[in-house]
Structure formats: C-alpha cells, structure tokens
Design a protein around this ligand. Structure first.
Ligand SMILES: C[S@@+](CC[C@H](N)C(=O)[O-])C[C@H]1O[C@@H](n2cnc3c(N)ncnc32)[C@H](O)[C@@H]1O
Length: 250
C-alpha cells in the first residue's frame, strides 16, 4: 500500500551523529518508502496473544505464503498489483488466508477504497458467507478503483456509513453483533480508530470476532494499539510492513 503523507526522510529531526547520517543516507538510497516507528517492550503489556490468535496467525501465514493472487491483481493498476502480490510485507494474501482459516460467515471491512482488501477476502470466502465493506465514499467515486458493479452480489455489499459516528453505527448493530472477522482499515488519524474501538467495546458480539487493525506501527497508532484491552498479537512481520495487529474481541 502507498501512503499519501510525509515519510521519515524529510520530516522534523536532523540526525545528530555520523552513524545516524549513514543510516539516513542508506534509507534514502535503498528503500522505496520508510517511516519512523517505536519499539515497545512486551513484558509490561497485560494483553498478550492467546492460543487462538497464535494458532490462527501461524496457520494463516503458512497459507498466505503459498497463495497466488496474481489473477485477481490484474484488475488493479500496476503499483497495486505489486502490493497484492507481495507477501510478507503487504496484507492482501494474509486477508485471503484468514478467510480460509476462519471460514467466517459474516465479515466487515472498514474502508473499501479501491477494493483490493475486500476482493482478496471475497476470493476465499466460503459459500453462504458475506462481506459488508463500509466506506464514507462510494466505490465508483474512488479514482483507480478496481471494483465493478457486478462484484456486488450475495457475497459482497458496500454500505456508505461512517462507523466512527455512534448514531450511524447504531443502525448497523445487527451486522456487527453477528460478525466473525473485522478488517479495520480506515483513516489511522489517531481519532477514528479510537472511535471504532469504543464501538467494538459497545457491541454485544456473539462470535468472539477476530479484528485485524492495519498500520499499528505508525507512531500515532502505538498508544491506540497498546490500549486495546483484549488478547492481541502484533503480526506485522507476517502482514503489512506498516503494522498488522490481530485482536480477539473477548
Ligand atoms: C486505506 S483505505 C482502505 C483500503 C482498503 N481496505 C484496501 O485494503 O485496499 C481507507 C478508506 O477508509 C475510508 N474511510 C475513512 N473514514 C471512514 C469511516 N469513518 N468509515 C468507513 N470508511 C472510512 C476512506 O474513504 C478510504 O476509502
């Protein structure tokens, strides 16, 4: 995934030592895109991964590694094709694999955008299951969108709803209560994810859903991820390079 905001090299702090300058030079020369992040200790994290998260993660990462999404990728523009075909490092094959492992009946994606996430999941979704992909902008208004009207069927529905707005979210409770897997991939602005977490804590989930959070290694996401009070697993090395978190909402 490409990010549309400023990255490490041009931002704020100047390197203070020649070693730091060497690192900076190396990054500039060799890495397409890099961002600052925090390393955080784990012994003092009370909400550790549980057995289910470990087992699901290990199984899904094995499947993801052997998955070929090159046919699906062809409908998207070249740069996005590259991301879809990258694993580990990007999360599209992991999303596919999680559908294989969890066999969810009801899936929610928060943030449809160009459709790469929902179509990766749809291509592994069991018969009789359904993905509700939420956005505040309809897919046909998104530039370079890979979705077509005909992709929307009994397995995929887009809902134009702001789930960060408690009033709008209230009307989606029938779907939320029955969900098995949620992919939270909206703004990552330090505000919206907190609104989603508050929402998830209000929902009376029936099925112990697994919730996958994107971009948890962003500096702005560090406190948000840390404050989640449910079993959780930082799965970044087996997901998106900007951070992938799996939490079980029990
Ligand atoms: C990073 S993109 C999603 C990428 C997509 N999930 C994928 O895997 O290809 C973020 C999307 O979230 C949408 N969004 C922003 N705020 C939202 C909200 N409150 N509820 C639902 N979607 C939102 C944006 O319009 C944008 O299309």
């Amino acid at each position: 995934m490409k990010f549309f905001f400023s990255s490490g090299p041009s931002s704020n702090k100047k390197p203070v030592s020649s070693e730091e300058q060497q690192v900076e030079d190396y990054l500039k020369k060799n890495i397409r895109h890099y961002l600052p992040s925090y390393l955080v200790s784990q012994d003092d994290e009370p909400f550790k991964p549980n057995k289910r998260l470990m087992e699901v993660g290990i199984e899904a990462s094995k499947i993801a590694f052997d998955t070929d999404l090159s046919e699906l990728a062809k409908r998207f523009y070249p740069e996005l094709q590259t991301y879809i075909n990258t694993y580990p490092g990007e999360h599209y094959k992991l999303l596919f694999a999680l559908m294989k492992v969890l066999k969810p009946k009801t899936v929610i994606e928060i943030g449809t955008y160009q459709g790469a996430g929902c179509m990766s999941m749809k291509s592994a979704l069991p018969e009789g299951s359904k993905i509700y992909t939420y956005d505040i902008i309809p897919f046909h208004q998104i530039p370079n969108c890979g979705l077509k009207e005909s992709d929307f069927d009994e397995k995929l529905e887009q809902r134009i709803v702001d789930l960060a707005d408690p009033k709008q979210a209230e009307n989606q409770m029938d779907i939320l209560e029955n969900v098995d897997f949620i992919f939270a991939d909206a703004a990552k602005d330090g505000v919206m994810e907190r609104a989603f977490i508050d929402l998830f804590d209000r929902v009376k989930f029936k099925n112990k859903p697994i919730i996958m959070f994107d971009d948890i290694r962003f500096t702005i996401m560090t406190p948000i991820w840390r404050e989640i009070r449910h079993p959780k697993l930082d799965f970044s090395s087996f997901g998106h390079w900007s951070g992938t978190g799996l939490a079980e909402w029990i």
